[in-house]
Design a protein around this ligand. Structure first.
Ligand code: ADP
Ligand code: 5GP
Length: 187
């Protein structure tokens, strides 16, 4: 049976870094490419990192029941998991790995309690989280401020999920993420 491995955390905690490492390490995993209305970052590829779509298109898909879950993560910016994406990967017999925020992770866990494992990626401190976000250098001052404002609330979800993965030393966190994946998928 296919399973769902969900990584969640505040922006900047290291989800993308960990998820990309696991995708490179375990070929049985496939990434659930979310839809978003935010602007594409220079190094990102449409259809690989996200399906970059317009707000009109996003709202049309909400109205036609196209999403497993969706959230207005930041004011005016929508992100969501498409049914078509999950169905495609499931039909291909893949285990699915997700990088989504805490509310979406909660929704998927409720919808698929048996099939899913939610891992909360915990930064060592708020200060380290904010400095990682700043040093990533991908956000405008306005976007950075929105992410920092949301982070405190997201950090309160730490104990709402199946597993807490501390991301302090990166190599340690990656090794632990590999072990969690092996245990969950019986590899
Ligand atoms: P998220 O996907 O949760 O927003 P990223 O994976 O983009 O987070 O990580 C945010 C930034 O922090 C990136 O620049 C990444 O290279 C860096 N980073 C991730 N994990 C660590 C770590 N353990 N130590 C130092 N820097 C890290
Ligand atoms: P970013 O703009 O940094 O790529 O993502 C912002 C936040 O949105 C991150 O916490 C990311 O995990 C989350 N996110 C990405 N895709 C989805 C999705 O499909 N659904 C939900 N609920 N959140 C998502």
């Amino acid at each position: 049976m296919s399973k769902m491995l969900i990584f969640t955390a505040p922006s900047g905690a290291g989800k993308t870094t960990i998820v990309r490492h696991l995708l490179n390490t375990f070929p049985v995993l496939s990434f659930s490419v979310s839809a978003t209305t935010r602007k594409q970052r220079p190094h990102e590829q449409d259809g690989y990192d996200y399906h970059f779509i317009t707000k009109n298109d996003f709202i049309k898909r909400i109205d036609t029941g196209g999403f497993v879950e969706w959230e207005e993560v930041y004011e005016g910016l929508y992100y969501g998991t498409l049914h078509s994406e999950v169905d495609r990967l499931w039909t291909a017999g893949k285990h699915i790995i997700f990088d989504i925020e805490v509310k979406g992770a909660t929704t998927i866990k409720k919808a698929y309690p048996e099939e899913s494992l939610v891992v909360f990626v915990k930064p060592p401190s708020e200060e380290v989280l904010f400095s990682r976000l700043r040093e990533r250098n991908t956000e405008s001052p306005d976007s950075l401020a929105k992410r920092i404002a949301r982070a405190a609330e997201e950090l309160t979800y730490e104990n709402s999920f199946d597993y807490v993965l501390l991301n302090d030393d990166l190599d340690t966190a990656l090794a632990e993420a590999e072990q969690v994946t092996r245990d969950f998928l019986n590899l």
